[in-house]
Design a protein around this ligand. Structure first.
Ligand code: 5GP
Length: 261
């Protein structure tokens, strides 16, 4: 498959055309951004780790029947994915209150929620991805009721699966962001999971110490982002336990075999 022209460049990824009109190549950059692009940095090796971690999670979700855009990982930084018409909504799933919800509603940080809470944000950087209600989605036809019902069922299944997967490796899944897109399947629109699932899009805390193993290390200037993402990858069995991954050598790992689970 040949890589074609650049179709879109986002904050953390680039999308390239391929010779197949239904497939594109997703390239994971090392760029880190936060607070609506006000804070920016390049963290060498981040893209490589997110590519691996997202591939692992999406492949596992596929096995439990969650259809998603991943076809296959091509190399250390690229995946072939299905071209989807992205629904312009960020679906935020919260199991524990932290981050924006604590500031917005004055909820105590770390409050465990009785049920997973789904929030909707409009995907619009210029507006700072504002929180919206389900009614807004229907009023402005960003998605229809049938689509949102399907998405909600998928979200709860994804959340259940991911909570269990992370619990098994000593990590609490605090919250995360998902995106969904439309593809044509035999002439009919189908909703599938899109984008990435990685420590860039999830909050992951060590079960014993509450140490942050996610992008909050960058947002809050905690440092050691690459060791934290590497720790997640190692615990998932993607990287060998003994591999001493640092910001520099992670980009040089040419073939890291998947450890049998
Ligand atoms: P919060 O609303 O507390 O800032 O974020 C909730 C969860 O969604 C966090 O896990 C956060 O990483 C994720 N999230 C929300 N918006 C974005 C975004 O624009 N980009 C990324 N990568 N993650 C987001």
């Amino acid at each position: 498959m040949k890589k074609g022209k650049k179709l879109y460049e986002g904050k953390a990824k680039i999308i390239y055309a391929t010779t197949d009109k239904n497939l594109v190549i997703q390239y994971f950059k090392d760029d880190a951004t936060a607070f609506n692009n006000q804070k920016k940095s390049i963290i060498e090796g981040k893209g490589v780790l997110n590519n691996r971690i997202s591939e692992y999670i999406l492949s596992n979700l596929s096995q439990i029947g969650i259809k998603n855009h991943l076809i296959k990982r091509l190399n250390m930084r690229e995946q072939v994915i299905k071209l989807v018409e992205i629904i312009p909504i960020e679906f935020i799933v919260r199991n524990v209150a932290t981050g924006s919800i604590t500031k917005r509603l004055g909820i105590e940080d770390g409050t465990v929620l009785k049920e997973p809470l789904i929030e909707y944000c409009l995907k619009n950087d210029a507006l700072g991805d504002p929180l919206i209600s389900e009614e807004h989605i229907y009023a402005f036809e960003w998605a229809n009721k049938n689509e949102i019902e399907k998405v909600k069922k998928m979200i709860l299944r994804i959340n259940d699966f991911m909570i269990g997967m992370f619990r098994g490796i000593g990590i609490k899944l605090i919250d995360f962001k998902l995106e969904f897109g439309r593809v044509k399947n035999n002439g009919k629109n189908e909703i599938i999971l899109a984008d990435e699932i990685s420590p860039d899009t999830c909050r992951l805390w060590d079960s014993l110490t509450d140490k942050k193993l996610d992008k909050d290390r960058f947002r809050k200037d905690l440092g050691d982002l690459i060791p934290a993402y590497t720790e997640v990858a190692k615990r998932l069995g993607i990287l060998h336990e003994q591999s001493n991954v640092t910001a520099v050598n992670v980009t040089k790992l040419s073939s890291v075999k998947k450890k049998s689970k």
